[in-house]
Structures are given as structure tokens and as C-alpha cells.
Design a protein. Structure first.
Lengths: 338, 301
């Protein structure tokens, strides 16, 4: 019943009318003087704490139980001493953090993380801008393109990573076969073993799997820009490139912001690609902070739950700082209020 | 949409007389445009599909040929039975069941929990509203991967290691933030007049939410469902850490055991992977139109 109603009613406001509803919202905000917040409540302006708890309770419970409590457990574990089998032996103070900071590979791992996050982020945003532009056009084969772009998102990252391990392989890889066969390189390239290429290969695969999400967010942003803006620009004699840099990009800012913030978080936390592609290499030469943390607990010579937990805490704090700094720099409030 | 964008240049061309030198070039471009667009569109589609074509072709050859030197793009020997082998493998079917159960239930839980919270925050001012929204934003920055040690210790103490419940709770909780933000934007963008009209017609608060607001936020709901389902379907690290019982493993973790140090069934690994992709791509293709609409509102706020 509600779905029947849904397709009937929600059809029109879905894609074409969203700028209109946005306009309405902005207008109501301005009239109500609601400022940066949301539209004023329907009837009663304020709701009691009891009513609020009723509506928000389940969400709060889930967040507290499954996100905040493990976060606290993580902090507790980071200040505890564990046996090699993972049994808690007692408090450890800041010893785990000190050992982490003194870890000889920490510098490499941090540098890797910066390179990995920045490269994947910039590449996927730039490529997605072009990709979203293409996907928004009407042409023969557009549906095929949209479906093809979905595939890397739909596929499990672990499997995609294993697939690329085969494709990039020194001996059995089809890519080396292709490169040598066409004479682009003389001898096969050891994409995943040679220190010069490992990070670049990981960045390539990481970008490939980040593109679908980014492109779809930007495509949605493009679709929200009203057509009449472009018509006015064309009337004024704007060239396509001018129209793009002066109209599309500024209006795309909210979508870019969402894509960037979520991608910072996803790429930073991305585990399977780095872990799988880097599987054969000993040590931490190509690890990011996430795989470093995992290996500290489960794979390395240390097998230290405490140190791994300390790395986990550091990870969360790092993401927080990076995201907050980004929001600050990009004037988040201003962009979303427009 | 198609007719609009295709024909718009025609009426505006005479009007844009100021850009005279560009006109001939534009006319040529107008004729070539559909072909250029189609060609680049199909090329890009091929680039995205190519790795997965390699996967499909690897699923269609004997496992030993996957690691043959020199490699070949097309199988030297075609082996079409692998998909049947995988689909009749009891282990694969139990992993598939686990994935369906965990991803499906998590998606339902997220909807049931996020909809009231998002609706209420969008429509009411109350003490702690800003704090709640900040909390939600914070959880968006946490990932199960970063917290996996803490998650393991919590569920270990609750004796929930090796249960579906642990996976469902984790997947629900970590996808809640995105759902609340997206849905909140949607509820906020619906004019209050619509709701007031429903009130006047005698709809209660729940009735208004169910019969008026939810249908209007369909794109938002679709976006939420898609994101949650895919995230849960592809979740790996928590399942890897929490599930030891082979039958309870979801697909992501389970199918990795087709290729281990002891046995290497690359054909089965890739056939299973293709089967695992199909439900998600079908889901996507079915709702892609709504999804783009849904992300719009999410992007705007």
C-alpha cells in the first residue's frame, strides 16, 4: 500500500523537482528565521525530553552499544597489558602508546597513509568529475555505462583485490602479458613486489573501487543543478568551459564536499586492498595505519593486542582531526546552508 | 530529458550571435556529438567491466590454467561446469544464506531505527538535538575496521562471538549515521504544509509519517537501503574476526577459503564471486534512477 502510493507521489519530486523543494525549504527557513538549522517543527515548537527519547532511543542505544562501547573498550585495551594469546594481564598505563611511538616503522606507515589517502582521494574526485559529466549526458549506451560503473562497488573489495593480484602478477598477470606483447615494456613489471610500483598499484586499484561511489554522488549533484541556469549562461554567451568552471563547479560544491568527506573516511579505513595486494611483502614497507594496526595484533612478530588497540585509538583520532580540519577549511556550514 | 538536451542548442544558436566564430565548429560538433558520447561512454563502460570480464573468464577455465604461464585472455580449455559446482556446494549455499540474512536484517534494522530518529530531528527542536546530530556525525567517522579490536572484546565478553547477531548489530550500528543524515535531509525538505494538511484530515503522527512522509521520501529510503545493503554485503574485517564457524561465515569471508595455501580452486573462487555480485548489481539496476534522486538531497544536505 505505501509503496503504491510512493511511486505515484514521489515520482515527480525525485529528480527533477528537487531544486524546487530545496527552494521551498530555503524560503521557509528564511521566513521562519530558522537560520542554519532545519525547518521549524510542525505544531509544537519544542518537544519534551521524554518524547525525544522515544523517537531517538533505538538509535542512541545502537550507537552507544555497538560504536561507543567498543570505542571505550579499545581505549581500555590500549592501556592494558596482554599476553601473546590475548589474555588481559593488567593495566599498562601508557606503555603501549610509548612502544607504538617508538616503533621503527611508524614513520613509513604514516607517510604511506598520507600518500595513499591523498592520491586516491584526488584521483577519484578528478576522474569522477569527468565521469559524472559523461554519465549525466543522454546517449546510446548510457544505461550500460551506469551499470558498468556500479560493478566495482557491488563486488566485494576482498575479491576485487584478489582479482587484481592475479591481473598484476609478474608471472601469470594478463596486464604484463599485454604490456610486453604490445612492446610497451621490454620485460614484465613486478607491480606488487617491486618497491617502486607497489604503492602506485595499490593507489590505482584503490581509485578504481572508489570511483563508483564518488561518481554517483557527483552525478546526483549535477542532476540537482536546474537547467535554466545553463540556459541563462548560454544566453549570455558563456562558452562550455566557462559555464563549467563558473556555474557547474560552484553549484556542485555541496556534492563535492559530501564525496570528499566520506571518501576521506572510507579511503583512510580501507583495509582489503592494501592488505591483500601487499600480502606477499614482509614487514610494514607498504602498510597504511589500518593494516598496520591489524598486523600488530594478528600477524606481526609482536602479536600485541595492546599496541594494536593504541594504534586503533590513534587511527580514530587521526580521522577525526583530518575530517574536522577539512570541514573547517572548506567552510562546511556555509556550503551546506546555501 | 533526452529530447531536451539534444534539441536545446538549436533554438539558442540564433540567439547566441555574439559567439559567431564558434558557430561552424559547434555545428560540426552537434552532428558528431551523439557518436563521440556513445563511443566514450561505451569505452569507459568497457574499462570498468574489463577486470570483471577477466574474472568471468577465469571462472570458465580449469583452476590450473588460471596460473598458467604465459597467461591467455580467453581460456585455452573451456570449463563451463564451475558455476553448477559452486551452486550445488553446501558450504557456498550456507555462506550465501549468511550474507543474505546478515545484510537483509541489518538493512531492515537500520530503516526501523533511522526513520523515527531522522523524522523527529528534522521536525522538532529539543534539548540535545545538536548533540545528537554531532554524535551521529562522529559515528560516521568511526569504521568497524578501526574499532575491530574493541568490537571483538565487547562481543567476546557478551558471549556473542560467532553469532549472526553480532554481525547484524555491527553492520546496523555503523550504517546508521549515513542513514540518519540522508533521511533527515529528506524529511526536512518536505514542506510542512503537506503534513499539516494530513493532520487536518485526521491523520495521527504515526499515520502522517507512514502514509504521507515515507512515500515522499522514497528516493531517500532507496538510497539508505542500497548503501546499507552493499556495506553489509561486502563487510569483511568484522566477519573475519568474529566468525569462526565455517557455516556462519558470510560470502566475503567464506569464499576466500576456495584459495588457500592448501587448495587452490581459482575457478570456484571467481564463479562464487560472480554469483555474489549479481544480486547487488540487479538491485542497483532496478533502483538506479531513484538512487540518483536520493543522493541529490543527501548531497544538498
Amino acid at each position: 500500500m505505501p509503496t503504491d502510493l510512493g511511486t505515484g507521489v514521489a515520482g515527480p519530486p525525485a529528480a527533477p523537482a528537487s531544486p524546487r523543494t530545496r527552494g521551498v525549504r530555503r524560503l521557509t527557513q528564511r521566513l521562519a528565521g530558522a537560520g542554519p538549522g532545519r525547518v521549524r517543527p510542525v505544531g509544537s515548537g519544542h518537544a519534551g525530553a521524554g518524547t525525544a527519547l522515544l523517537w531517538l532511543g533505538p538509535a542512541l542505544l545502537l550507537i552507544a552499544g555497538v560504536v561507543l562501547y567498543p570505542a571505550l573498550e579499545l581505549v581500555r585495551a590500549s592501556t592494558s597489558d596482554y599476553s601473546i594469546t590475548g589474555l588481559r594481564k593488567g593495566p599498562a598505563g601508557t606503555a603501549n602508546y610509548e612502544r607504538l611511538l617508538a616503533h621503527p616503522d611508524l614513520g613509513t606507515v604514516l607517510l604511506n597513509t598520507v600518500v595513499w589517502v591523498v592520491a586516491v582521494l584526488v584521483l577519484s574526485i578528478v576522474i569522477s568529475l569527468a565521469l559524472a559529466q559523461l554519465m549525466s549526458k543522454e546517449f546510446f549506451g548510457r544505461r550500460l555505462l551506469r551499470w558498468a560503473v556500479i560493478v566495482p562497488w557491488a563486488a566485494s573489495l576482498v575479491i576485487t583485490a584478489r582479482l587484481f593480484m592475479l591481473i598484476l602478477d609478474y608471472n601469470y598477470g594478463i596486464l604484463n602479458q599485454l604490456l610486453v606483447g604490445t612492446g610497451i615494456v621490454g620485460t614484465p613489471v613486478d607491480f606488487l613486489g617491486d618497491d617502486r610500483f607497489t604503492m602506485a598499484s595499490m593507489i590505482g586499484v584503490g581509485t578504481f573501487v572508489t570511483l563508483p561511489f564518488t561518481a554517483y554522488v557527483l552525478l546526483a549533484g549535477l542532476k540537482a543543478i536546474p537547467d535554466d541556469v545553463y540556459e541563462a549562461a548560454t544566453m549570455d554567451g558563456a562558452r562550455p568551459w566557462q559555464a563549467y568552471t563558473r556555474i557547474t563547479l560552484p553549484l556542485l560544491r555541496p556534492a563535492l564536499l559530501v564525496a570528499t568527506v566520506l571518501n576521506i573516511i572510507y579511503v583512510f579505513n580501507s583495509f582489503p586492498i592494501v592488505y591483500t595486494l601487499n600480502d606477499r611483502n614482509p614487514g610494514f614497507a607498504h602498510d597504511t595505519t589500518i593494516t598496520f594496526m591489524y598486523k600488530l595484533a594478528f600477524k606481526s612478530a609482536e602479536k600485541s593486542v595492546g599496541m594494536s588497540a593504541a594504534a586503533g585509538v590513534a587511527n580514530v583520532l587521526l580521522i577525526l582531526v583530518v575530517v574536522l580540519a577539512y570541514l573547517r577549511i572548506s567552510n562546511w556550514k556555509e556550503a551546506t546552508d546555501q | 530529458m533526452s529530447t531536451v538536451s539534444a534539441t536545446r542548442p538549436v533554438p539558442t544558436a540564433p540567439g547566441s550571435g555574439g559567439a559567431a566564430p564558434a558557430v561552424p565548429r559547434r555545428r560540426g560538433w552537434r552532428r558528431a556529438r551523439p557518436y563521440v558520447l556513445s563511443l566514450s561512454g561505451l569505452t569507459v563502460a568497457a574499462v570498468f567491466a574489463l577486470p570483471y570480464a577477466v574474472m568471468l573468464l577465469d571462472a570458465l577455465r580449469p583452476s590450473r590454467d588460471v596460473l598458467a604461464t604465459p597467461p591467455s585472455f580467453l581460456p585455452r580449455t573451456w570449463q563451463l561446469g564451475t558455476f553448477g559446482t559452486v551452486l550445488s556446494d553446501a558450504r557456498f549455499l550456507s555462506w550465501l544464506k549468511s550474507s543474505m540474512l546478515v545484510a537483509g536484517t541489518s538493512t531492515v534494522v537500520v530503516l526501523v531505527v533511522a526513520v523515527p530518529a531522522a523524522y523527529f530531528t528534522a521536525r522538532h527542536r529539543f534539548r540535545g538535538r545538536t548533540a545528537f546530530l554531532l554524535l551521529v556525525l562522529m559515528t560516521q567517522m568511526f569504521s568497524p575496521t578501526a574499532l575491530v579490536v574493541g568490537i571483538y572484546r565487547e562481543f567476546f565478553e557478551l558471549s556473542l562471538v560467532n553469532t549472526y547477531l553480532a554481525l547484524i548489530l555491527t553492520n546496523s550500528a555503523f550504517n546508521l549515521a549515513f542513514a540518519i543524515w540522508i533521511l533527515q535531509g529528506f524529511f526536512g525538505s518536505i514542506p510542512r504544509e503537506i503534513e499539516e494538511a494530513a493532520h487536518l484530515d485526521g491523520c495521527g503522527r504515526m499515520g502522517t509519517l507512514w502514509r504521507v512522509m515515507l512515500p515522499l521520501t522514497l528516493p531517500g529510503l532507496v538510497t539508505t537501503v542500497t548503501f546499507t545493503f552493499i556495506a553489509a554485503w561486502n563487510e569483511y574485517v568484522v566477519a573475519l574476526t568474529l566468525i569462526q564457524d565455517d557455516a556462519k561465515k558470510p560470502l566475503t569471508v567464506g569464499i576466500s577459503s576456495y584459495v588457500t595455501g592448501y587448495e587452490q580452486n581459482w575457478d570456484q573462487l571467481f564463479a562464487a564471486s560472480i554469483i555474489a555480485i549479481v544480486p547487488v548489481v540487479v538491485l542497483f539496476a532496478a533502483i538506479e534512477k531513484h538512487l540518483v534522486g536520493g543522493l541529490t538531497a543527501g548531497a544538498v544536505k
